[in-house]
Write a protein that binds this ligand. Structure first.
Ligand code: DX5
Ligand code: ZN
Length: 223
């Protein structure tokens, strides 16, 4: 089984956090061992839910030095990436399904000084990113249909992670392979064995009472 040679990074998704105490929640996740902070931006069009925008990213930038991993589930993300880069996002991930000129959008993100991520819905074949790997710093494979936390992991996406791991290794490029949706002990292990090296988890971390224990459980699962 192909495994990433990089350390596994754990990225709690703030979607499952208490928004009334967001700064505190993020600090507490960091103190509990989180590596990145995952911010889910939804527009009510690409996905049937609305969450947060640039002001929240800018506010979080003031309270954390951790990588702010911004997942844009919005149509025409090219219209907004400049704003998210200015707000302090480190990684800006757009959906391949949401932008007509994916190559141009990824280049735009890099030109803004952020790391360019591309995400695929569960049904989207990995071929959608085959010709943009040179412009990509991170691939995010959705293992649920984006829009909500707490959904059930879709196992068919494991094979997609394996295929993309092969491509990344063959490319010799430094590209992170992130998975998002239904990640908890068991599915985390499966995805890391398939080649993932960044694990997003919402309910499995912020949905628990003890964040340290929750993060530790994920780490033990994938070791
Ligand atoms: C879903 C979001 C996820 C979500 C994951 O559209 O992209 O980041 O927060 O939540 P869990 O880990 O609960 O499936
Ligand atoms: Zn996400």
């Amino acid at each position: 089984m192909p495994r990433s040679s990089k350390p596994i990074r754990i990225a709690p998704s703030i979607l499952a956090a208490d928004f009334a105490r967001l700064g505190e929640e993020v600090r507490s996740a960091e103190e509990s061992g989180a590596d990145w902070i995952h911010v889910d931006v939804m527009d009510g069009r690409f996905v049937p839910n609305i969450t947060v925008g640039t002001p929240i990213v800018a506010a979080l930038r003031k309270v954390t030095q951790s990588v702010l991993d911004v997942h844009l589930m919005i149509v025409e993300p090219e219209r907004y990436v400049e704003g998210f880069a200015a707000a302090g996002a480190d990684v800006i991930t757009v959906h391949a399904e949401a932008t007509t000129h994916l190559h141009r959008t990824l280049t735009q993100v890099r030109d803004l000084g952020a790391r360019a991520g591309v995400s695929l819905n569960p049904h989207t074949p990995e071929e959608a990113i085959r010709y943009v790997l040179d412009e990509t710093d991170l691939v995010l494979v959705m293992s649920v249909n984006p829009g909500f936390g707490g959904q059930t992991f879709i196992d068919a996406t494991t094979r997609k992670v394996e295929r993309i791991r092969e491509w990344i290794d063959a490319s010799g490029r430094d590209i992170d392979l992130e998975v998002d949706g239904g990640i908890k002990t068991g599915t985390a292990k499966r995805m890391v064995q398939a080649g993932a090296d960044v694990l997003v988890a919402g309910s499995a971390i912020f949905g628990q009472t003890d964040y340290r224990q929750a993060i530790q459980a994920l780490r033990e699962d994938v070791t």
